[in-house]
Design a protein around this ligand. Sequence first.
Ligand SMILES: [Zn+2]
Length: 335
Amino acid sequence: MYVSVRGRLLLNAEALNMTESVGNYVKRRRVPVMIPVEGGYGLFFVPAISGESIAHKYQELLAQEALRMGLPVCRLCERGIFLKSANDDVVKFAFPKVSFPDKQVKGAKGKKEDNPDFEYEFEKNVISNCVVEDVGGFLYAPARGGKNVKRTSNFLTGYMIPVKEALENVVIDPQLHSRYALGTQFVKDQEQAGQMIYYVELTSAPYTFSFDLDTKFLGAISFDVERAGERVVDDKEYKRRVEASLNALAKLIIEAGFGAKRTRFMPSGEWESLVIAVSDDTWTVPSSFSKDYIERAKKKAERISYNTKLFIYPEKQLEEVVTEAVEEALSRLQV
Ligand SMILES: [Zn+2]
């Protein structure tokens, strides 16, 4: 089952993705974007919200949802720390009760040799004991010795960038702020001025949004070539994991709570449009960078369909669209 989401989200006065601070100046993330212009292409440097930022929030929501449903989540993921089984120390801390396979085993002649099942067993253990790493993947890369094990994420997301029609009009503006301490004993002389000034770059734009979820390898081995696709959780658990993934996605869309600096720079924002496609096989909604993406999605579904069903905002209420899409997806689980 494949769920594909594309949308447009208007965000005003936001500082959701900052890169560095130089002294008292905090810079907004920018990316280069090209569009065709007469006789060639034009380049724009525009504000963006990284896919990593979206993925972080999604995995936070997934961890909470999994725990609420009584599904396993490792000790680090449950706290929103996504070190993802990076090395032996991390694995030991994250899964204190799980015994991981030995890297070396006794061979035929009694000599120690590499455990041929290490990668398989390792991935199986992580999948079984952490839903976040099952859905969002991990990379085990110990500093010394041993083999790497990699699990590719089952969800895909990317940079949110200003939509095509807005590119030429987007600006980033440094906003001055100050913290006052005048009139207190903490400021000794006027030279110190008693205030700390700082700048935060703000911007406003209608952004693209993209997110896909592929359940094909959920709860299943992916790294070991021979055994890729072998499911290591039972049918009931698989279904509940898919449900947790969909519930987290629903919350990600409805609350749109991703990005940083939300405590003092919470954006004023709203969805302008959204399409969710539920299919039996890989089927993606066309990019929402161009205005006519909903029409193109409908035309695509007429030509190519894997039992593809579209759920569209604003044709229906946002909550209705999301809920119906989740219900449709859940009804397709063949177990
Ligand atoms: Zn984990």
